[in-house]
Design a binder for this molecule. Structure first.
Ligand code: CO
Length: 288
Protein backbone atom coordinates (compact mmCIF):
# COMPACT_ATOMS: atom_id res chain seq x y z
CA UNK A 1 0.00 0.00 0.00
CA UNK A 2 1.43 3.33 -1.04
CA UNK A 3 0.41 5.74 1.69
CA UNK A 4 2.66 8.47 0.29
CA UNK A 5 0.43 8.80 -2.74
CA UNK A 6 -2.79 9.28 -0.74
CA UNK A 7 -4.20 12.51 0.55
CA UNK A 8 -4.97 12.41 4.27
CA UNK A 9 -7.69 14.19 6.23
CA UNK A 10 -6.22 17.32 7.81
CA UNK A 11 -9.39 18.52 9.49
CA UNK A 12 -12.97 17.47 10.04
CA UNK A 13 -15.53 20.25 10.17
CA UNK A 14 -19.19 20.11 11.16
CA UNK A 15 -21.60 22.51 9.48
CA UNK A 16 -23.41 25.17 11.48
CA UNK A 17 -27.22 25.48 11.30
CA UNK A 18 -28.18 28.97 10.16
CA UNK A 19 -30.63 30.77 7.95
CA UNK A 20 -30.16 33.07 4.97
CA UNK A 21 -32.21 34.80 2.31
CA UNK A 22 -35.70 35.53 3.61
CA UNK A 23 -35.39 32.80 6.26
CA UNK A 24 -34.25 29.64 4.49
CA UNK A 25 -32.88 27.10 6.97
CA UNK A 26 -29.55 25.64 5.88
CA UNK A 27 -26.26 24.27 7.15
CA UNK A 28 -23.20 26.45 6.53
CA UNK A 29 -20.12 24.28 6.25
CA UNK A 30 -17.54 26.66 4.76
CA UNK A 31 -17.84 30.33 5.68
CA UNK A 32 -18.51 29.88 9.41
CA UNK A 33 -16.28 30.33 12.48
CA UNK A 34 -14.79 26.81 12.35
CA UNK A 35 -13.82 27.16 8.69
CA UNK A 36 -13.92 30.77 7.54
CA UNK A 37 -12.71 29.92 4.06
CA UNK A 38 -10.72 27.31 2.16
CA UNK A 39 -9.02 29.15 -0.72
CA UNK A 40 -10.44 29.33 -3.40
CA UNK A 41 -13.72 28.26 -1.73
CA UNK A 42 -15.51 30.97 0.22
CA UNK A 43 -18.71 29.26 1.29
CA UNK A 44 -20.51 25.93 1.19
CA UNK A 45 -24.16 25.67 2.19
CA UNK A 46 -26.09 22.43 2.34
CA UNK A 47 -29.85 22.79 2.25
CA UNK A 48 -32.03 19.77 2.83
CA UNK A 49 -35.53 19.57 4.22
CA UNK A 50 -38.97 18.06 3.63
CA UNK A 51 -40.69 21.02 5.31
CA UNK A 52 -41.82 23.86 3.04
CA UNK A 53 -41.60 26.27 5.99
CA UNK A 54 -37.82 25.80 5.94
CA UNK A 55 -37.41 26.95 2.33
CA UNK A 56 -40.57 28.62 1.03
CA UNK A 57 -39.38 32.19 1.71
CA UNK A 58 -36.49 31.66 -0.71
CA UNK A 59 -33.80 34.15 -1.60
CA UNK A 60 -35.42 37.35 -2.93
CA UNK A 61 -33.38 39.91 -4.92
CA UNK A 62 -29.79 40.22 -3.72
CA UNK A 63 -26.50 41.22 -5.37
CA UNK A 64 -23.19 39.42 -5.97
CA UNK A 65 -19.83 40.75 -7.17
CA UNK A 66 -16.32 39.33 -7.48
CA UNK A 67 -16.82 35.54 -7.38
CA UNK A 68 -18.87 32.58 -8.62
CA UNK A 69 -21.86 30.80 -7.10
CA UNK A 70 -22.45 27.15 -7.91
CA UNK A 71 -25.88 25.70 -7.19
CA UNK A 72 -26.26 21.93 -7.43
CA UNK A 73 -29.77 20.60 -6.87
CA UNK A 74 -30.40 17.09 -5.52
CA UNK A 75 -34.15 17.39 -4.93
CA UNK A 76 -36.70 20.07 -5.62
CA UNK A 77 -36.96 22.97 -8.04
CA UNK A 78 -35.72 26.53 -7.77
CA UNK A 79 -36.51 29.42 -10.10
CA UNK A 80 -33.68 31.81 -10.81
CA UNK A 81 -34.10 35.30 -12.27
CA UNK A 82 -31.58 38.13 -12.62
CA UNK A 83 -31.51 41.82 -13.57
CA UNK A 84 -29.88 41.07 -16.95
CA UNK A 85 -32.89 39.10 -18.22
CA UNK A 86 -31.60 35.61 -17.45
CA UNK A 87 -34.23 33.27 -15.99
CA UNK A 88 -34.72 29.55 -15.57
CA UNK A 89 -35.73 26.69 -13.30
CA UNK A 90 -33.14 24.47 -11.66
CA UNK A 91 -34.49 20.91 -11.48
CA UNK A 92 -33.14 17.91 -9.50
CA UNK A 93 -29.65 17.00 -10.73
CA UNK A 94 -29.04 20.28 -12.52
CA UNK A 95 -26.12 22.63 -11.99
CA UNK A 96 -25.91 26.38 -12.30
CA UNK A 97 -22.37 27.81 -12.28
CA UNK A 98 -22.82 31.55 -12.14
CA UNK A 99 -19.89 33.90 -12.61
CA UNK A 100 -21.14 37.06 -10.93
CA UNK A 101 -18.10 39.05 -12.09
CA UNK A 102 -18.72 42.82 -11.93
CA UNK A 103 -22.22 42.34 -10.64
CA UNK A 104 -25.64 40.81 -10.87
CA UNK A 105 -28.79 41.10 -8.78
CA UNK A 106 -30.83 37.94 -8.69
CA UNK A 107 -33.47 35.96 -6.84
CA UNK A 108 -33.52 32.24 -6.15
CA UNK A 109 -37.04 31.12 -5.21
CA UNK A 110 -38.57 27.67 -4.69
CA UNK A 111 -40.68 26.53 -7.65
CA UNK A 112 -42.77 24.25 -5.43
CA UNK A 113 -45.15 24.57 -2.49
CA UNK A 114 -44.32 21.25 -0.85
CA UNK A 115 -41.95 18.30 -0.97
CA UNK A 116 -38.24 17.92 -0.48
CA UNK A 117 -35.70 20.61 -1.31
CA UNK A 118 -32.09 19.50 -1.17
CA UNK A 119 -28.79 20.60 -2.65
CA UNK A 120 -25.67 22.69 -2.26
CA UNK A 121 -24.48 26.17 -2.96
CA UNK A 122 -20.74 26.66 -3.20
CA UNK A 123 -19.00 30.04 -3.62
CA UNK A 124 -15.71 30.05 -5.49
CA UNK A 125 -13.44 33.07 -5.58
CA UNK A 126 -12.22 34.76 -8.77
CA UNK A 127 -8.70 36.12 -9.17
CA UNK A 128 -8.23 39.93 -9.11
CA UNK A 129 -7.96 40.05 -12.90
CA UNK A 130 -11.43 38.48 -13.33
CA UNK A 131 -13.46 40.03 -10.53
CA UNK A 132 -14.90 42.68 -12.85
CA UNK A 133 -15.51 40.36 -15.80
CA UNK A 134 -18.93 40.29 -17.50
CA UNK A 135 -21.41 38.02 -15.70
CA UNK A 136 -21.96 34.63 -17.32
CA UNK A 137 -23.72 31.33 -16.68
CA UNK A 138 -22.77 27.72 -17.24
CA UNK A 139 -26.08 25.98 -16.69
CA UNK A 140 -26.65 22.30 -17.29
CA UNK A 141 -29.70 20.05 -17.12
CA UNK A 142 -29.19 16.65 -15.42
CA UNK A 143 -28.83 14.79 -18.73
CA UNK A 144 -25.89 17.06 -19.68
CA UNK A 145 -23.85 15.92 -16.67
CA UNK A 146 -21.89 12.76 -17.51
CA UNK A 147 -22.25 9.69 -15.29
CA UNK A 148 -19.25 7.42 -14.99
CA UNK A 149 -18.88 4.04 -13.28
CA UNK A 150 -15.46 3.80 -11.72
CA UNK A 151 -15.06 0.54 -9.78
CA UNK A 152 -17.70 0.56 -7.04
CA UNK A 153 -18.45 4.24 -7.55
CA UNK A 154 -21.12 5.95 -9.62
CA UNK A 155 -19.88 9.42 -10.31
CA UNK A 156 -21.59 12.49 -11.76
CA UNK A 157 -18.86 14.61 -13.28
CA UNK A 158 -19.85 18.26 -12.93
CA UNK A 159 -16.29 19.58 -13.30
CA UNK A 160 -13.00 17.74 -13.75
CA UNK A 161 -12.28 14.38 -15.41
CA UNK A 162 -13.00 10.78 -14.31
CA UNK A 163 -11.98 7.78 -16.44
CA UNK A 164 -11.34 10.14 -19.35
CA UNK A 165 -14.81 11.71 -19.12
CA UNK A 166 -14.88 15.46 -18.44
CA UNK A 167 -17.63 17.49 -16.84
CA UNK A 168 -19.19 20.42 -18.72
CA UNK A 169 -17.93 23.24 -16.48
CA UNK A 170 -14.80 25.15 -17.47
CA UNK A 171 -13.02 27.69 -15.29
CA UNK A 172 -9.30 28.10 -16.07
CA UNK A 173 -8.83 30.49 -13.12
CA UNK A 174 -9.33 27.78 -10.49
CA UNK A 175 -9.41 24.54 -12.55
CA UNK A 176 -12.24 23.15 -10.41
CA UNK A 177 -13.13 19.52 -9.79
CA UNK A 178 -16.71 18.89 -8.64
CA UNK A 179 -17.84 15.25 -8.41
CA UNK A 180 -21.01 13.79 -6.90
CA UNK A 181 -20.12 10.24 -5.85
CA UNK A 182 -22.25 7.28 -4.77
CA UNK A 183 -20.36 4.38 -3.26
CA UNK A 184 -21.77 1.01 -2.06
CA UNK A 185 -20.62 -0.11 1.42
CA UNK A 186 -17.11 -1.56 1.17
CA UNK A 187 -16.64 -0.02 -2.26
CA UNK A 188 -13.63 2.14 -3.01
CA UNK A 189 -12.96 5.11 -5.24
CA UNK A 190 -9.56 6.63 -5.95
CA UNK A 191 -9.17 9.89 -7.79
CA UNK A 192 -5.99 11.74 -8.74
CA UNK A 193 -5.96 15.50 -8.25
CA UNK A 194 -3.37 18.08 -9.30
CA UNK A 195 -0.72 18.66 -6.63
CA UNK A 196 -1.37 21.84 -4.67
CA UNK A 197 -5.09 21.96 -5.36
CA UNK A 198 -7.21 22.55 -2.28
CA UNK A 199 -9.60 19.63 -1.85
CA UNK A 200 -12.47 18.64 0.39
CA UNK A 201 -15.06 15.88 0.72
CA UNK A 202 -18.52 16.47 2.14
CA UNK A 203 -20.57 13.39 3.03
CA UNK A 204 -24.33 13.88 2.71
CA UNK A 205 -25.49 10.27 3.07
CA UNK A 206 -23.89 7.26 4.76
CA UNK A 207 -20.31 7.25 5.97
CA UNK A 208 -16.83 6.82 4.47
CA UNK A 209 -13.16 6.43 5.36
CA UNK A 210 -10.63 8.63 3.57
CA UNK A 211 -6.92 7.87 3.18
CA UNK A 212 -4.92 4.71 2.84
CA UNK A 213 -4.90 1.70 5.20
CA UNK A 214 -4.08 2.46 8.83
CA UNK A 215 -3.95 6.19 8.13
CA UNK A 216 -7.57 6.34 6.94
CA UNK A 217 -9.91 8.69 8.78
CA UNK A 218 -13.61 8.01 9.42
CA UNK A 219 -15.83 10.70 7.93
CA UNK A 220 -19.49 10.67 8.88
CA UNK A 221 -22.60 12.14 7.36
CA UNK A 222 -22.57 15.97 7.51
CA UNK A 223 -18.79 16.03 8.04
CA UNK A 224 -16.56 18.05 5.75
CA UNK A 225 -13.03 16.61 5.44
CA UNK A 226 -10.29 19.05 4.44
CA UNK A 227 -7.64 17.01 2.61
CA UNK A 228 -3.87 17.41 2.48
CA UNK A 229 -2.66 19.00 -0.75
CA UNK A 230 -0.81 16.26 -2.63
CA UNK A 231 -1.63 12.80 -3.88
CA UNK A 232 -4.77 10.98 -4.91
CA UNK A 233 -7.95 10.89 -2.86
CA UNK A 234 -8.87 7.41 -1.67
CA UNK A 235 -12.40 6.94 -0.36
CA UNK A 236 -14.01 3.79 1.00
CA UNK A 237 -17.68 3.54 2.00
CA UNK A 238 -18.30 2.34 5.57
CA UNK A 239 -21.45 0.92 7.05
CA UNK A 240 -23.10 3.99 8.53
CA UNK A 241 -24.86 3.79 11.89
CA UNK A 242 -28.50 2.91 11.26
CA UNK A 243 -27.94 2.54 7.53
CA UNK A 244 -25.56 -0.44 7.20
CA UNK A 245 -26.53 -1.33 3.65
CA UNK A 246 -27.20 2.00 2.01
CA UNK A 247 -24.59 3.64 -0.19
CA UNK A 248 -22.53 6.60 0.87
CA UNK A 249 -23.10 9.79 -1.07
CA UNK A 250 -20.64 12.64 -1.07
CA UNK A 251 -19.23 15.49 -3.06
CA UNK A 252 -15.51 15.76 -3.81
CA UNK A 253 -14.51 19.31 -4.67
CA UNK A 254 -11.07 20.70 -5.50
CA UNK A 255 -9.54 23.80 -7.04
CA UNK A 256 -6.38 25.81 -7.46
CA UNK A 257 -5.89 28.25 -4.57
CA UNK A 258 -5.63 31.92 -5.58
CA UNK A 259 -3.41 33.11 -2.68
CA UNK A 260 -4.71 36.67 -2.96
CA UNK A 261 -5.98 38.98 -0.21
CA UNK A 262 -9.72 38.57 0.40
CA UNK A 263 -11.89 41.55 1.34
CA UNK A 264 -15.37 40.18 1.91
CA UNK A 265 -18.63 41.66 3.04
CA UNK A 266 -21.82 39.69 2.54
CA UNK A 267 -22.33 39.14 -1.19
CA UNK A 268 -19.28 41.14 -2.30
CA UNK A 269 -15.84 39.51 -2.39
CA UNK A 270 -12.97 41.70 -3.56
CA UNK A 271 -9.24 42.11 -2.83
CA UNK A 272 -9.22 45.44 -0.96
CA UNK A 273 -11.46 47.48 1.30
CA UNK A 274 -11.59 50.25 -1.33
CA UNK A 275 -12.96 47.80 -3.89
CA UNK A 276 -15.60 46.71 -1.36
CA UNK A 277 -16.67 50.34 -0.83
CA UNK A 278 -16.85 50.74 -4.60
CA UNK A 279 -19.03 47.62 -4.82
CA UNK A 280 -21.49 49.13 -2.31
CA UNK A 281 -21.57 52.44 -4.18
CA UNK A 282 -22.06 50.74 -7.54
CA UNK A 283 -24.85 48.56 -6.15
CA UNK A 284 -26.64 51.46 -4.44
CA UNK A 285 -26.44 53.67 -7.52
CA UNK A 286 -27.85 50.94 -9.77
CA UNK A 287 -24.67 50.11 -11.69
CA UNK A 288 -25.05 46.33 -11.32
CO1 CO B 1 -27.36 34.48 -4.87
Amino acid sequence: MNTLASRSVERLVRGMPTSDGAGVKLTRVIGQPQLADLDPFLMLDEFGTDHPGDYIAGFPDHPHRGFETVTYMLDGCMRHRDNHGHEGVLVPGSVQWMTAGRGIIHSEMPEQQEGRMRGFQLWINLPAREKMTAPRYQEFAPQRIPRVESGAARVKVIAGTVEGVSGPITQPATEPTYLDIELVPGGQFTHALPAGHTAFVYVYEGAVAIGAGEAATAVDRHDLAVLSDTGAVRIEARAGSGTPHSPARLILVAGKPLREPVAKYGPFVMNTREELMQAFQDFQSGRF
